[in-house]
Design a protein around this ligand. Sequence first.
Ligand code: PRP
Ligand code: ZN
Ligand code: MG
Length: 210
Amino acid sequence: MLRIAVQSKGRLYEDTMFLFSEIGIKLGSAKRTLLIPASNFPIEVLFLRDDDIPQSVADGIADVGIVGENEFVERAVEANIEKRLGFSKCRLSLAIPKEEEYTGLQWFEGKKIATSYSHILNTFFAQKGIHAHTHLITGSVEIAPSIGLSDAIFDIVSSGSTLVSNHLKEVEVIMKSEAVLIGTPGLSADKQIILDELMFRIDAVQTAEG
Ligand code: PRP
Ligand code: ZN
Ligand code: MG
């Protein structure tokens, strides 16, 4: 039995459930249960917060996981990307209040930026030689500038509507992201066989969709 960690709610949850249905994996509908075995395939699904998926795979609590690449890169844990999945696409961008005049990356010098992705942001600023303060918050990042908590934000952008409704404008795309299948290092041979079958089925639907 291969244990796969999946986000318990949100877009990635919906897209992952759709993938399972496309590749013919049926889950028992034990709602509100953390761990659900498939009825027709040797996997069990462990539902977690996306923040916790990279670490759970690195620790071997789950053998594999489906998570946003952004979340995986941010956690900087020991796990392998087994496969890029091509769904739940988004970008990680810097955004500033829309009335501000943007003068290039130098605009961020000495500024305070609210984000849930401080590792990715600090790495980027270090590479560019920009000195800015990152303020780590775990949610509602987009309201930080309007309440005086920060000058700018660094967050996930998908449709862009969250930025628009918070009077922000996207000024730099730092990273593109999509869902990835990650695996724990040193999977046993039995589990590797199941993972290979899983990836074979995913390849088949990806090829069909071209
Ligand atoms: C993300 C992000 C924004 C929103 C952007 O949150 O934090 O709130 O999506 O999407 P948009 O550009 O289509 O408006 P999400 O709801 O994915 O999850 P969260 O609970 O981690 O904020
Ligand atoms: Zn400071
Ligand atoms: Mg959000």
